[in-house]
Structures are given as structure tokens and as C-alpha cells.
Design a protein around this ligand. Sequence first.
Ligand SMILES: [Fe+2]
Ligand SMILES: [Fe+2]
Length: 372
Amino acid sequence: MNMHSADARTVEEALATQEAAQEKFDSETATQVAMQDTLLTPRFYTTDFDELDAVDVSPVRAEWDQLIAQMQADPNRGHFKKNENWDHVDWDGMEPQLKKEFLDFLISSCTAEFSGCVLYKEMKRRGSNQDITQLFQLMARDEARHAGFINDALREAGVAVNLGFLTQKKKYTYFRPKFIYYATYLSEKIGYARYITIFRHLDANPEFRFHPIFKWFEEWCNDEFSHGEAFALLMKTDPKLTSGINVLWIKFFLTAVYSTMYVRDHQRPAFHKALGVDPDWYAHEVFTKTSALSQQIFPITLDIEHPRWQRGLVRLQKANADLARAKTQTGLGAAITRLTSQARAAAAFVSLFTIPSKKHAVPVSTRMEPAY
Ligand SMILES: [Fe+2]
Ligand SMILES: [Fe+2]
């Protein structure tokens, strides 16, 4: 029998299993969706790998070794594959709008998981620093399993993302290492908060679990949690990364990551309705958890209780919806709507960004355990 990506010990093994599956299966539409590069779709990143390779983790050695040992023990090996808990999915009987939004959710999640995989794998390939390459190998392994598992779910619906094609053809955005830290740290921690919030909600309300993949979210989010821990430690090796002018960058990334999530989730009303989740409640819940977690390393959090916060998010989301509609239309009216909605989105973002942030002291010990 062929190996499954869930059982792979390395990222290379995991990707090979996906390639073998892909040979028998290709889905142009899903791959095209994954290829899209807009402000709201997951991107692929590249960075200055030499600078990253030069990071010396000795200031955080004790915490580092503990984290690596935990990841090497590999508690989730073999987890990310279908087993007897995987219920039959009636894709043909699924309400069309829900099917469309859910497929979009799966494709965009698969792209995001794979984006991490590609970046981490490249760092591991290019580096010579043992600590760094070891960490990135372990994280790439996890993300390859996650992406592979989502692709398994997609194949049942007759679609799959061609991961090899994406690696070669998708545009790569360059970020300096410090921006990779902020963006990736946050996406790992918000990923944890998103998965665990859905998992706990469906655990309490199983009648809303319309697809078996949600049963796998608990172990899944623990992987993302560890990845976030690793980036927190990397940032801790250099106090400059979280002080001075960089605090403004941190605020920028927090605002961008939170507001992108809000806008993107509000594009999927049928999906959230099927889950029995109010997207405004969900966003607030996820932001609250992510803010609590990010205090481990960031000296500020966003004031999500500020009256301008929710208002700004709604304005941003409306401007974005108007822009998306105008993009499908032609003529002068649509051109004007495109311009004005872009200006409205920019103004809403500035309004969110200028809300005074909450400052606090960062704990001496960085490490946390998943507690939600
Ligand atoms: Fe992941
Ligand atoms: Fe991750």
C-alpha cells in the first residue's frame, strides 16, 4: 500500500504522496482559485534566507530545546487521514451556495497551509544553521500533512489543488525576515484560535458539524500552536524586533491580519450559517484569544472593545463587498464605484489602525501551552 501524507516523517515524503495522488487527479478550477493573488487570498512568501539562517537561538536555548523535543516526538503522526470517524459527505446533496462557500474555504485553507509548507521547506533547504533547519523541517512536515489532508477532503468533491503546480507558478511575495516573523507568528496563532473556536463550538453543538474534517481540528490547531511558539522564540532572540519603531509594524500586522480575516469570513455567510456560527461573534472570539496569546511576545494588543473597532470592520467589509461587485460590472458608474470603494476601504483601515492600542509588559518566560 502507498504511504499517506499523514504518516510521512518528513516534508519530502509527505509531498511525494500528494504528487502520486495528483497524477491520477487534477482540478483546474481549484488550482486557479488557489493561484489568485489578491489582498484577501493566501499568498506565497519568500525572504532573506541567509539572514534567517544567521539567527542565534542561544538566548532562548532552554525553551527552544523543549519545543523542538516536543515537535520531534511527533504526537500527530498518522492523525491527518480519514479513518472510521470520517462520515460520508453528501456533496451532491449539499445546498449549492453552501457547497460553493465551503469549497472556497477548503481551497483557501489548503493554499494557506501549503504556503507555510513552501516557505518552511525552502528555509530548511537553504540554511546551514542546525537549529533553524531542524525547526523549519519539522514545521514544513506538519503543513504538508495539513494541506494533504484538506486535499483528501476536496478530492471527494471532485476537486483538488495541484500543489506542485502552485509551487512553480504562484507568485511569491518578498518579506524581510522581521515581517515574516510578525505575519507568520500571527497567522499561526490566529489559525490556532480559529480552529479551536470551531472545534469547541461543534463539540458542544454536534448537529452543526456538516463535514467530518472539523473533528480533526483539535490536534490540528495544536500543531499551529507550536509553530506560533517557535516564531515567538525566534523574535525573542532579538529584543529590537518587539520594541521602538517595530511596535508600529506589529500594530500594522495585527490590524491587517484581523481585518482581513473579518472581511474574508463575511464573504461566506452560508458556510457560517451551516456551522451555526455568527461571523461577528466568531471574529470577536478569535481576536480575543489571539490577543491573549500574542501578549507572550508583543508589547501591545489592539483595543477590540473600542467603539471604532467594530464600526471600522463593518465599513471595511462593506467597501470591499461594493468593490467586488463593481469589479464584475463595466461602464462609468462601475469605474466610479471601484474608485470610491477603494478610498472607503483605505479610510476604514486608517480608522482601525489609529485606534490607540493597549500596552502591557511582556512575561519573562515566553512559552505557553494551548489552553482554550
Ligand atoms: Fe497548518
Ligand atoms: Fe502552522
